[in-house]
Design a protein around this ligand. Structure first.
Ligand code: ADP
Length: 303
């Protein structure tokens, strides 16, 4: 079955005065995805999310959310989307239950009482629903924030850096919660993050952006074992090997010499050819080590 496209950026740019924060960015999020929107700080993630939610307008390009153009059909589209984009703002002296009642009434949620029971159960706060929010840990506040985004039965939720400021256990809980929301409720989730390891564990698809541009988009597991990978070589003379490569067909692949290792970024299927070349040039290769971790990949791309 063909999956619906829930969010599409089509050559989107955003210019702030003389600064281009998002530069010709295109990517797609499909129904059912847990989609990682990744990039180092300042990459343009928040700007993109704000454009998605129609809080600011793109300078160029189109954004389609749930099949609709967000500029023309803003209200009806956003009614099906939940978002947690800043630290959730609750009344600290009121209970979680009361906070959700107030916020649910403001946004006109139907069957509010039963909905509150349901979302508090989903985020694991039922037993603390009568506690004042000021007694909550950061992780609990964050989960209550997610509960709020779920009150109106969204098809898609957007979470901006959901694990920011959480302790390690809080981060684990947050990841489990996101997976549960996706698997049990069938809600599509977009998570922005600057930490690859965090999304590597739960996202099925992702885009990595840097300086407002897409660096790579695709299936996380395919990218993890991706065709283009970083490989490090230990040879009898790395300096000489580097010189040979720089004058060969492989000059585009040359990385650097780090800790006595020569690093190359190369397609999986081209590795035998590279090995042949080195062997013909009389280079002795002592070891070849693939570096597949997405973390490495991310670092090498955003350097
Ligand atoms: P991220 O969320 O990936 O950290 P942002 O979208 O917040 O990145 O920011 C991208 C770039 O745009 C940053 O360099 C930031 O300083 C700049 N920026 C963000 N908002 C504004 C604004 N209102 N005016 C000018 N520059 C901005």
């Amino acid at each position: 079955m063909k999956k619906e496209v829930f969010l599409e950026f089509d050559h989107v740019s955003k210019q702030y005065k003389d600064f281009l924060a998002v530069n010709d960015l295109s990517f797609k999020v499909y129904e059912g995805d847990i989609f990682g929107f990744l990039g180092p700080n300042g990459a343009g993630k928040s700007t993109s999310i704000r454009m998605t939610l129609s809080l600011i307008k793109p300078t160029l390009g189109n954004i389609t959310l749930l099949g609709k153009n967000i500029v023309n059909e803003r209200e009806e589209t956003l009614a099906q989307v939940g978002a947690l984009i800043e630290k959730p703002d609750f009344y600290p002296y009121l209970t979680a239950q009361k906070n959700l009642e107030i916020l649910g009434k403001i946004s006109g949620v139907s069957n509010l009482s039963s909905k509150i029971v349901e979302v508090l159960d989903l985020v694991g706060l039922t037993s603390r629903r009568e506690s004042k929010v000021k007694t909550y840990s950061q992780g609990m506040k964050q989960r209550l924030g997610i509960a709020q985004t779920l009150l109106h039965d969204p098809k898609l939720i957007i979470l901006d850096e959901p694990a920011n400021g959480l302790d390690p256990q809080g981060q684990v809980d947050m990841r489990e919660l996101i997976v549960r929301i996706n698997k049990e409720r069938g809600i599509t989730v977009i998570i922005s993050s600057h930490i690859l390891n965090e999304v590597e564990q739960i996202c099925n698809r992702m885009v990595i952006i840097n300086k407002g541009q897409s660096m790579v988009e695709g299936n996380v597991s395919e990218l993890l074992t991706g065709s283009r990978m970083k490989v490090s070589y230990v040879t009898d003379d790395n300096e000489r090997t580097l010189g040979l490569l720089a004058n060969s067909n492989f000059k585009e692949n040359v990385g650097s010499i780090e800790k006595e290792k020569l690093t190359l970024l190369i397609e999986h299927e081209n590795i035998p050819e590279l090995n042949n070349f080195l062997s013909n040039e009389g280079v002795k290769v002592y070891s070849i080590e693939p570096i597949r971790s997405l973390e490495e990949y991310f670092i090498s791309m955003t350097k």
